[in-house]
Design a protein around this ligand. Structure first.
Ligand SMILES: *Cc1c(COP(=O)(O)O)cnc(C)c1O
Length: 463
C-alpha cells in the first residue's frame, strides 16, 4: 500500500515513511492510495477474531513494509497495558451501545492509537539505527497518552510542555509521575497557546528540527487514524453477530480524527454496514455548521467541560475534504489555501453529499450535564462529559430502525468536576488514578520563553 498527499504533490511513499513523516511535505495529510474493500465472506472470518488479531489483519491490509508476525507482536504489546481482555468492550445501556475506549493506561481513547504509535516509532528506529526527540504541547489528554506510548522506549526521548496549573490536577499528575529517564515534562508558566506557539516555533526552525530529529505525535499521524479504524470494525462485528446489518455511530468530535477513522471503516466495509456517522460537537460547533450548512469557518474557542473537543480548526478535516473533492488534490490545495487566508470555506454546494455520510448536532453545557445526570439516574452508568455529548447527539439524531454505537472516549473519573456538578458526587477513582497524588513526580517549571526551553531540550535531547 502506497500513501499519497491530500494536496497531490508528493511521490507516493510506503507505510513506514508515512508514519515517520506525519505531515506531508507539501503541507497536506497522508492517505492510502486506495481503501481496501472487505467482503461479507471476509467479515465472516473476522467474526471469530480477538481484538488483537483483528488489529493485526487490518494493519496488514494497509502496510507492505512490516512483516505480519512483527505486526502481531507489536499489537500484542500495545494492548497488554489495557485493563480489559476485549481492549474496547461494548455494553448496552439505555437503548444504546456504549463502546468503552478508555481502558488504556491514561483512561482516554487516545491510548488506543498512541500505544501502537510508540511501538511503530521504536521499530522504525531500530531498523534504521536512528533516534528521535518527540516534542509536543498539550492541554491535557494527548500529553499523557503520548508519554505512556513511548516511556522507556529505546532511541526516543519525549518533551511535553503543559500550561503550569492550567490542566486538571489529575491530568498533570498522569504526566509528571512517569519517571522513565526518557520522559521530560515541562510546566510552562503561561497558557496552552503560549506552550503551543513555542513548540511551533521550534519546529519551524529547520536546522534545529533536523539536528535533533524532532518528531511530532499529533492527531494527523496516519497510524493514529488507522489504529482507531479497528474498534469500529470490531464493534460492528459484535452487532453483526446479533443480527444487525446496518449500524450508526455517534462520535464526540474535536479534531475529526476519531470520526474520520469511522469514515475509513465505513468505506472498507460492504455498503451500508456503517450507515450514518453522527458527528457530536460541544459549544464549539464548527463541524456541525459544516455538516448542516456547508459553512466551514473559524470562530473563537469556548472553554467547556469537554476540553478535548474545544477546537476551532479540525486538523483531520482535510482528509474528508479530499474525498468530498473526488480525490482531486489540486482542489483540496486551493480550498485549504483559501481557508488559511480567510478563515472560511463555503462548501454549501456539497451539503447533500455530506448528509449522506454524517448527521450532526451541537450540545450545550446544560445539555451535557443533564445527560450525565439522567443517564446515571436511569442506567446507573456514569458518562464523562465528552461521551455525554455523543450520547445526547445520538438521542437527537438517531434513526429508530438502527442501533447506535456511542464512542465513550474518556473515563468519567478523569473529569470529576463535571460529574460532581451533574450527580452531586465525584466518581470513584479507578486503580490507575488512585494514589497518584502520593507518587513521586518529576517536572521542570519554566518561563514561557523559547530560548530557555530550546536550551533545556539541547541539554536533554538524544543526539
Ligand atoms: C481527543 C478527544 C476527543 C476528540 O477526538 P478527535 O479525534 O480530536 O475528534 C474526544 N474525547 C476525548 C476524551 C478526547 O481525548
Amino acid at each position: 500500500m502506497k500513501y499519497i498527499s491530500t494536496r497531490g504533490e508528493i511521490e507516493p511513499i510506503g507505510f513506514c515513511d508515512a508514519v515517520m513523516m506525519g505531515l506531508a511535505r507539501d503541507g497536506g495529510l497522508l492517505l492510502p492510495s486506495a481503501i481496501p474493500q472487505i467482503s461479507e465472506t471476509l467479515l465472516d472470518t473476522w467474526q471469530r477474531l480477538t481484538y488483537q488479531q483483528l488489529a493485526t489483519e487490518i494493519l496488514d491490509l494497509f502496510n507492505d513494509d512490516i512483516p505480519k508476525h512483527i505486526l502481531e507482536d507489536m499489537v500484542e504489546r500495545s494492548y497488554a497495558s489495557f485493563d480489559h481482555p476485549h481492549v474496547t468492550p461494548m455494553t448496552e445501556k439505555g437503548g444504546l451501545y456504549i463502546l468503552e475506549l478508555f481502558h488504556g493506561p491514561t483512561l482516554a481513547f487516545k491510548d488506543v492509537a498512541l500505544q501502537l504509535l510508540g511501538n511503530l516509532f521504536e521499530y522504525q528506529l531500530a531498523q534504521k539505527g536512528g533516534f528521535m526527540n518527540i516534542l509536543g504541547a498539550t492541554s491535557g489528554d494527548t500529553g499523557s497518552a503520548a508519554i505512556y506510548g513511548v516511556r522507556g522506549k529505546k532511541g526516543i526521548n519525549i518533551f511535553i510542555l503543559h500550561p503550569h496549573g492550567r490542566t486538571s490536577p489529575i491530568q498533570a499528575l498522569q504526566m509528571t509521575t512517569v519517571l522513565d529517564p526518557n520522559v521530560f515534562n515541562v510546566a510552562v508558566k503561561g497558557t496552552f497557546d503560549d506552550a503551543q506557539s513555542i513548540v511551533k516555533s521550534l519546529f519551524s526552525d529547520l536546522p534545529f528540527k533536523d539536528a535533533y530529529h524532532l518528531g511530532a505525535i499529533n492527531s494527523i499521524n496516519w497510524a493514529r487514524v488507522l489504529a482507531q479504524v479497528v474498534y469500529y470494525v470490531y464493534s460492528y462485528l459484535k452487532l453483526r453477530k446479533l443480527g444487525h446489518k446496518h449500524v450508526d455511530y455517534s462520535v464526540p468530535t474535536g479534531n475529526f480524527g476519531d470520526i474520520f477513522a469511522g469514515y475509513v471503516a465505513r468505506k472498507m466495509l460492504p455498503q451500508g454496514c456503517i450507515h450514518t456517522l453522527i458527528l457530536a460537537t460541544n459549544a464549539n460547533d464548527l463541524l456541525t455548521r459544516f455538516v448542516l450548512h456547508g459553512d466551514y469557518s473559524k470562530g473563537t474557542v469556548q472553554a467547556t467541560s469537554s476540553p478535548s473537543m474545544d477546537i476551532q480548526i479540525a486538523s483531520n478535516f482535510e482528509r474528508y475534504l479530499y474525498y468530498l473533492r473526488d480525490e482531486d488534490g489540486s482542489r483540496v490545495k486551493a480550498d485549504m489555501e483559501q481557508f488559511t487566508a480567510t478563515g472560511t470555506l463555503d462548501l454549501s454546494g456539497l451539503t447533500e453529499r455530506v448528509a449522506g455520510d454524517f448527521r450532526s448536532t451541537s450540545v450545550s453545557e446544560e445539555q451535557t450535564v443533564e445527560t450525565i445526570r439522567s443517564f446515571y439516574e436511569q442506567e446507573k452508568y456514569l458518562l464523562d462529559p465528552h461521551t455525554a455529548v455523543g450520547v445526547k447527539a445520538a438521542w437527537d439524531c438517531r434513526d429508530a430502525d438502527r442501533p447506535v454505537v456511542c464512542l465513550a472516549t474518556a473515563h468519567p473519573a478523569k473529569f470529576g468536576q463535571a460529574v460532581l456538578q451533574a450527580i452531586g458526587k465525584e466518581p470513584e477513582l479507578p486503580v490507575a488514578l488512585k494514589g497518584l497524588a502520593e507518587k513521586e513526580s518529576r517536572c521542570s517549571v519554566m518561563e514561557a520563553d523559547e530560548a530557555s526551553i530550546r536550551s533545556y531540550i539541547e541539554a536533554n535531547a538524544i543526539q
